[in-house]
Design a protein around this ligand. Structure first.
Ligand SMILES: NC(=O)c1ccc[n+]([C@@H]2O[C@H](COP(=O)([O-])OP(=O)(O)OC[C@H]3O[C@@H](n4cnc5c(N)ncnc54)[C@H](O)[C@@H]3O)[C@@H](O)[C@H]2O)c1
Length: 401
């Protein structure tokens, strides 16, 4: 089958690499730099090997493009574009809208259109289908389905093949064709009764994480105030073989999913007349963590970090990836700057961020670890400053969150 995948980022490229083992894949993206790299067989995503892209190109199974007309003739179109929050922290569907436009303007026959981008219940039925119909010059009987993506970039034990995948179509035919498509490269398909259930389940999975991370971050603050080691407490609670799931304290949540998706659920809840109180409170607790950490560091350093050289170690939102979207390091740097510190950052995996280069891991008065990549040795972090504050629990000998 000819499959068009709209968006060649973390989700779209991952799907492209798996789908290209069985289908002819056109990876459409607006970013010409990414497209030109991909056509040279260079992957920009951890977890997608350049060798796999090169092999697929060599076999004539993969091509990246910025040209919407190359979507023509596709039997399946997968949407994998960003679904961020706008300035008011409300769902921003502008990327979905532009994806719908390019699909509508370029399809030359009926296709199955699947949304993998994370969004609120009702997106495929009430937003994507009407948008494609609005932009289409020629009306085709397209089928529509949802299959929310669960990829965890950088993870090696779970991938497209062995991660259970939810799916549902707007019609029985759409559901059946969606199952046929994913069964070519996924072993565990879970059909649900409506697209809205799949959309809601995806949002709830990430809301569950966000709320539990906030809870454990609150516990970290309580434990510190009581003089108890939070990680030992969590290890102790984790010995209960049922009814408990361990989450780790941190500088907050980052990435394109956990800080964002719950707000999609909160927004749709509010529109339906239900206040999503847990989601709001969890957002507040997680977003306040950098402020709390800056306060702890100042207190430990004679009450002030004014004029002190503070090195933020690890600005990616999680270990071993270069993704800095919504990273708590950003809020921490802001909080330290407000307190008058002279802040630099070190992250060899990210390399370049906001137009500045990663600083050496040395010569600071204070180092604060937000993310600990495997390639950065704990001993080197400890040597980088006389005072090291660790939010990750991975730098033994540092002051712990
Ligand atoms: N990153 C993850 O771990 C993850 C996991 C599960 C679900 N998701 C969801 O998947 C969706 C995509 O996320 P991502 O992390 O892959 O984003 P990303 O930023 O890595 O990639 C998105 C790509 O889409 C391109 N793009 C934007 N608008 C476009 C358009 N109109 N046409 C074609 N290309 C366009 C961008 O240039 C970019 O390359 C989001 O809804 C996200 O919430 C992400």
């Amino acid at each position: 089958m000819k499959v068009a995948i709209i968006g060649q980022g973390y989700v779209g490229l991952t799907i492209s690499a798996f789908a290209a083992k069985h289908h002819e894949v056109v990876g459409f993206d607006l970013n010409s730099a990414i497209v030109s790299q991909l056509n040279k067989g260079i992957s920009h995503i951890e977890g997608v090997a350049s060798g796999d892209i090169k092999q697929a190109i060599f076999e004539g199974k993969y091509k990246a493009t910025t040209d919407g007309s190359e979507i023509a003739g596709s039997e399946i179109v997968v949407i994998a574009v960003p679904t961020p929050l706008d300035v008011n922290r409300k769902p921003d569907l502008t990327y979905i809208d532009s994806a719908c436009k390019v699909i509508a303007e370029n399809l030359t026959g009926p296709a199955l259109i699947i949304n993998e981008s994370t969004s609120f219940p009702g997106t495929i039925r009430n937003y994507i289908k009407p948008a494609i119909e609005k932009y289409s010059k020629q009306m085709f009987d397209h089928l529509y389905a949802i299959s929310p993506e669960r990829v965890d970039p950088g993870r090696e034990d779970f991938n497209q093949k062995n991660t259970p995948r939810l799916y549902a179509g707007l019609t029985l035919e759409a559901t059946a064709k969606t199952r046929d498509f994913y069964s070519t490269f996924c072993d565990n398909l879970v059909e649900v009764s409506s697209p809205e259930v799949a959309e809601a389940a995806k949002l709830f999975e990430n809301t569950f994480r966000q709320v539990n991370i906030a809870l454990v971050n609150e516990l970290a603050q309580i434990s510190h105030a009581l003089g108890i080691d939070v990680r030992e407490t969590l290890d102790a609670a984790g010995t209960k073989p049922y009814g408990f799931m361990k989450f780790a304290p941190s500088a907050g949540v980052g990435g394109h999913c956990i800080p964002v998706d719950p707000s999609y659920l909160a927004d749709v809840a509010e529109k339906a007349g239900v206040e999503a109180t847990f989601i709001k409170r969890a957002n507040e607790v997680n977003l306040d963590m950098p402020q709390y950490i800056a306060g702890r560091i100042a207190k430990d350093n004679g009450g002030s970090v004014k004029g002190k050289k503070v090195l933020v170690v690890g600005v990616a939102y999680k270990p071993n990836v270069a993704d800095t979207r919504e990273t708590p390091a950003e809020l921490l740097i802001d909080a330290l700057n407000v307190l008058g510190a002279v802040v630099t950052w070190n992250d060899p995996v990210v390399g370049n961020w906001h137009g500045t280069e990663s600083s050496p891991l040395s010569g600071a008065d204070i180092a604060v670890v937000v993310t600990k990549h495997d390639v950065v040795a704990a001993e080197d972090i400890l040597k980088s400053a006389p005072y090291v504050f660790d939010t990750t629990g991975k730098v033994k000998g540092a002051v712990q969150l």
